[in-house]
Ligand binder design. Structure first.
Ligand SMILES: [Zn+2]
Length: 170
């Protein structure tokens, strides 16, 4: 089931998510809905908080890497910082370049049965892991930008939202 995606500046995006403790059918349904919602929006990653569920769950599907479900994830940096053009389904219509993402990580997470697993993420997938983990702490990628870039991207974003709001009320 496709669920509505919260958009900045919705305050629910700024609330931290709690660790998952129960691995049941409701969690499976949540993850199914997250994949449906991410595919519909043509995204490569989605955190549960983006559909208003404050649990530390994210789904990802980046380039040729496998589909991933990350529950209570954490990571260890193994690489260097890189430049990465990022966007976010909760800040739709704009993108900007972050300079703080690490290009190689070892990720630990639980699967849908609560079993721990690890994988190494590189490049865009590594950025995506950091982006989704930030969501779980109430952070957005625009927080990683310099002050000037953040102002500029938010100006563009607010203009797009005003234009869309105008169209909807026509
Ligand atoms: Zn995002």
């Amino acid at each position: 089931m496709i669920r509505p995606i919260l958009a900045h500046p919705d305050p629910r995006l700024r609330e931290p998510s709690l660790p998952v403790q129960t691995f049941d059918d409701a969690l499976r349904k949540l993850v199914d809905d997250m994949f449906d919602t991410m595919h519909h929006a043509e995204g490569i990653g989605l955190a549960a908080v983006q559909i208003g569920v404050h649990l530390r769950v994210a789904v990802m599907e980046v380039e040729d890497n496998p589909q991933r479900v990350m529950i209570n994830p954490s990571f260890e940096p193994l690489g260097e910082t890189m430049d990465m053009v990022e966007g976010c389904l909760s800040v739709p219509g704009v993108q900007d370049r972050t300079k703080t993402r690490i290009d190689h990580l070892r990720v630990q997470a639980l699967d849908l049965d609560g079993k721990p697993y690890t994988f190494e993420a590189h490049g865009l997938e590594a950025a995506c892991v950091q982006h989704e983990c930030d969501h779980m702490d109430g952070k957005l990628y625009i927080d990683c930008l310099s002050h000037v870039r953040r102002q500029r991207v938010l100006q563009r974003y607010n203009r797009i939202r005003r234009e869309e709001g105008g169209r909807q009320s026509d």
